[in-house]
Design a protein around this ligand. Structure first.
Ligand SMILES: Cc1ncc(COP(=O)(O)O)c(C=O)c1O
Length: 386
C-alpha cells in the first residue's frame, strides 16, 4: 500500500478541483470561456529579452550546469539593479542568490530555517505557496494572519496571533488583494521583527507592476532590515517571463546561505542562457528607471484596470482601483465559489477568494491578463447574469 507522507497529507484539499472539472466540461462542449483567473501575463517578453534568449541559447557553453547560487554576472546585475532601483547596496557574493522562479525560493527558504512544529505567520488571503509548499511541506505550522479590508489588507502588527513564530511572510504589492504599502509601514514591520526575533520573508514579485505614480519600496530600504529580512523577486511579472523560471532572493547573508544550502541539495540553478537574458532585462533599467517596455506594459494594465473597475462598479459590484499588480479584488459577499460559478455560467472565469484562505471568502479575484476586447466582452457577459 503506497501512502503519502504526513506532510503531503496535511496539505489542504485542492479547492479548485471542482471548478476545474466544470471548466473542462464546458470546454469539451466547445463553450468559449474568458479566463480572468490566472496570474500569467498575456503580453510577450520584451524583444531584447527574446533576442538575448535566442543568442545565448545557441551558445553550447550556456547549456552546462549553472552554479547553485547563480552565475556571478547575474548576481552582479541583480546588485546593480537593486542599487539603481531601491538605493540598496548588496554584496553579490553573499547577499544574492538566483532562483528558478521566486516560487521555488519562497518554498525552499522554510526548509532551511523551520523545524518540525515551528510556527510561521502567513497572511490570509495569500499566495498559497507560503502556507503549503513553504510551511507545511517543511513540517511547519502555518498561523494565519488576517488581511482585512478595514486595515487596507495589511496585518495589524499590534495583534499578531503568535509571538513564538519563526518566520513572517509578507507580500506587497499584494496578490490577491492588490494592496500596497509605503516605507513607514515597512519600518514598523522591521522594528516588530527585530524586537520579536522573527525572520521576514518579503515577497516583492509585483514591485514593478505599478500605476498612477506609485513606486513600490523594497523592505531592504529600511535601516536594520538586513538583519532580519530576505526579499524575493522575479522576472516573471516585470518582464513577462513566467515560463523562463528566473527569479532571485536578496538580503541577510545567513538567510541566503541557508537557502543556498537547501538549493544545492535540491536543484542545479536556472539555465545559464536564461540568467544571461535576465541580465539584459535587469540592465534595461537606467539608474532605477524602468525601460519604455515596462512603462508600456503598465499603461496597458492600467487601461484594463480602469475599464474593468468602472464596469464592475457600475453594476453595483464593489472593488477598488489597485495601485499595483494585475489583480482586481472584488467584494462579492457570501460564498465566493458560488459567485465564481455564476460568472462561469456566463463564460467568465475568476478565482474564488476562498482559494487564498478563509479570510478570502466573500471576495473573488479578477486577473486582467486578457486583451481590452476580451475584458469588454467579459463585462457584457457579467452584466447579463448580475
Ligand atoms: C505573490 C507571488 N509570489 C511569487 C510568485 C511566483 O512567481 P515566479 O515563481 O514565477 O517567480 C507569484 C506568482 O503568481 C505570486 O503571485
Amino acid at each position: 500500500m503506497i501512502e503519502f507522507s504526513e506532510r503531503v497529507k496535511r496539505l489542504p484539499p485542492y479547492i479548485f478541483a471542482e471548478l476545474e472539472k466544470i471548466i473542462n466540461e464546458k470546454k469539451r462542449l466547445g463553450l468559449d470561456i474568458i479566463s480572468l483567473s490566472i496570474g500569467d501575463p498575456d503580453l510577450p517578453p520584451p524583444p531584447f529579452v527574446l533576442e538575448a534568449l535566442r543568442e545565448e541559447s545557441s551558445n553550447p557553453k550556456n547549456h552546462n550546469y549553472s552554479l547553485s547560487q547563480g552565475e556571478p554576472e547575474f548576481r552582479e546585475a541583480v546588485a546593480e539593479w537593486y542599487k539603481g532601483r531601491f538605493g540598496v547596496d548588496l554584496d553579490p557574493k553573499r547577499e544574492v542568490i538566483a532562483l528558478i522562479g521566486s516560487k521555488e525560493g519562497v518554498a525552499n527558504i522554510t526548509r532551511a530555517f523551520i523545524n518540525p512544529g515551528d510556527r510561521v505567520l502567513v497572511p490570509n488571503p495569500a499566495y498559497p505557496v507560503y502556507a503549503n509548499g513553504g510551511t507545511i511541506l517543511s513540517g511547519g505550522v502555518p498561523v494565519p494572519v488576517p488581511l482585512l479590508e478595514e486595515n487596507e489588507f495589511k496585518p495589524d502588527l499590534t495583534s499578531l496571533p503568535d509571538t513564538e513564530a519563526k518566520i513572517l511572510f509578507l507580500n506587497y504589492p499584494n496578490n490577491p488583494t492588490g494592496a500596497v504599502v509605503d516605507k513607514p509601514y515597512l519600518e514598523e514591520v522591521v522594528e516588530f521583527a527585530r524586537k520579536r526575533n522573527i525572520v521576514v520573508c518579503y515577497d516583492n514579485a509585483y514591485s514593478e507592476v505599478t500605476f498612477d505614480g506609485y513606486k513600490a519600496p523594497s523592505i531592504l530600504e529600511v535601516d536594520g532590515a538586513m538583519d532580519v529580512a530576505v526579499e524575493f523577486h522575479t522576472c516573471s511579472k516585470t518582464f513577462n517571463m513566467t515560463g523562463d523560471r528566473i527569479g532571485f532572493a536578496v538580503g541577510n547573508s545567513k538567510l541566503i546561505e541557508g537557502l543556498l544550502k537547501v538549493k544545492s541539495q535540491v536543484d542545479s540553478g536556472p539555465p545559464i542562457y536564461v540568467q544571461k537574458a535576465a541580465v539584459r532585462a535587469l540592465r534595461s533599467y537606467a539608474n532605477g528607471e524602468p525601460p519604455e517596455y515596462v512603462k508600456q506594459v503598465n499603461r496597458t494594465y492600467a487601461e484594463r484596470r480602469d475599464l474593468l473597475v468602472e464596469k464592475l462598479n457600475s453594476l453595483g459590484l464593489k472593488c477598488k482601483r489597485p495601485l499595483a499588480t494585475f489583480y482586481i479584488w472584488l467584494r462579492c459577499g457570501g460564498d465566493s465559489m458560488k459567485f465564481a460559478m455564476k460568472l462561469l455560467d456566463a463564460g467568465v472565469l475568476v478565482t474564488p477568494g476562498i482559494g487564498f484562505g478563509e479570510h478570502g471568502e466573500g471576495y473573488v479575484r479578477f486577473s486582467i491578463t486578457q486583451s481590452t476586447e476580451r475584458i469588454k466582452e467579459a463585462c457584457e457577459r457579467i452584466e447579463e447574469v448580475i
